[in-house]
Design a protein around this ligand. Structure first.
Ligand SMILES: *Cc1c(COP(=O)(O)O)cnc(C)c1O
Length: 357
């Protein structure tokens, strides 16, 4: 094995981080519990599901899948017929990063993207007006009938919909007879930012189905599809199985959820990641040539950096994505990002920007 001198933590994505200790301990406990029923009939799956019902204070239906693409694709497929459409932001993960999975698993339901140049759109958000425009501009039989609105919370641009914003979109959705889906790959970060009860930005605000991300928050693998509208989950188990997403040793997906939900570890992890993004923002937003595109509301900072700075940082070993949604560099903090990592990156950026200026 070669020893690298590159930084051991990175800002490329929150899925570069490992498993948090609490989730790992539950995984080990589940492994030490001998032979257990397969396909979700085990005590860990029962327990994590009950914990999610308690967390959301409602009798929701919960299914576990391996990743977020499957969670979104299968959830949307259960909300649509093939001739329906799903309204989302132009930077939505379902639109840009799921390789057509939602369309594939729904047998052709089309994604319709909202406007891209409004103030809200530049923050990665859909607005009630954008939704209404797409619903009302056509009613004819040649247009795929809008059936679902999909929001990402926190958004792909590291912003967060307020409770009022979710409610306003839900109100339009309801008026137009659309269902509301929430891609919550970073749901925890949004809850941490808003400081509200998780029910307040989901079913109490009108969300029908939440894809609750665990991986980026410190799980090894696995997302929960949470149906608040239980009518929508009819036959979902078969959909999951057909899609190759039913884990036979499901306890190894669900047990880490138990560790994550106990003692609010999920929220603590998210608060930490968010705090690291704030620390990074404070350290870099005044540097010469650095233009932070908007103050971070979750665990990412988006900034335009001079090309020479980007090159120097990459040469130093820092990994991050450039030109994500809107042209900025995306600096993503994770549950385990250390303050020292933030400070080291900021110092390298400060040196690079002083040289570039
Ligand atoms: C990471 C992510 C997902 C899930 O991606 P997978 O790689 O399929 O797990 C979904 N939505 C958003 C917004 C994401 O950032």
């Amino acid at each position: 094995m070669t020893i690298s001198t590159a930084p051991s933590q990175q800002f490329a994505s929150d899925n570069l981080a490992g498993i948090c200790p609490e989730a790992l301990q539950s995984l080990l406990d589940a492994n030490a519990s001998g032979h257990q029923p397969a396909y979700g009939d085990d005590i860990w799956t029962q327990k994590s599901t009950d914990m999610l019902r308690e967390l959301f204070q409602t009798d929701c239906d919960v299914y576990y899948v391996f990743n977020g693409t499957a969670a979104n694709s299968l959830a949307l497929a259960s909300m649509c017929q093939s001739y329906h459409s799903v309204i989302c932001s132009p930077v939505a993960h379902i639109e840009t990063d799921e390789c057509g999975g939602p369309e594939f698993f729904s047998n052709g339901s089309k994604l319709l993207v909202g406007e891209s140049d409004s103030a809200a759109a530049l923050l990665g958000k859909l607005t009630p007006d954008a939704v209404d425009d797409l619903v009302t501009k056509r009613h004819d039989i040649h247009y795929p009938k809008p059936k679902v609105v999909s929001l990402t919370q926190a958004t792909e641009l590291g912003t967060v919909y307020t409770v009022e914003e979710v409610r306003a979109i839900a109100a339009i959705a309801k008026r137009r007879h659309l269902k509301l889906h929430m891609d919550g790959a970073r749901f925890a970060n949004a809850v941490a930012t808003l400081g509200v009860h998780p029910s307040e930005i989901t079913w109490r605000a009108g969300v029908d189905v939440l894809c609750f991300g665990g991986t980026k928050n410190g799980l090894p693998v696995g997302e929960a599809v949470v149906f608040f509208d239980r009518d929508l989950s009819a036959d979902f188990a078969w959909r999951v199985k057909q899609a190759g997403q039913l884990a036979s040793k499901m306890r190894f997906i669900s047990a880490p959820w138990v560790g994550m939900l106990e003692h609010n570890t999920w929220l603590r992890n998210a608060r930490h990641a968010n705090a690291m993004a704030q620390r990074l923002y404070q350290a870099i937003h005044g540097l010469p040539g650095v233009r932070v595109m908007h103050p971070p509301q979750a665990n990412a900072v988006f900034a335009q950096l001079p090309a020479a700075c980007i090159a120097r940082l990459h040469a130093t070993g820092w990994k991050f994505y450039e030109f994500i949604a809107g042209g900025g560099c995306r600096l993503m903090c994770a549950w385990d990002t250390q303050p020292e990592t933030v400070d080291a990156f900021a110092a390298d950026l400060a040196a690079a920007s002083a040289q570039a200026a």
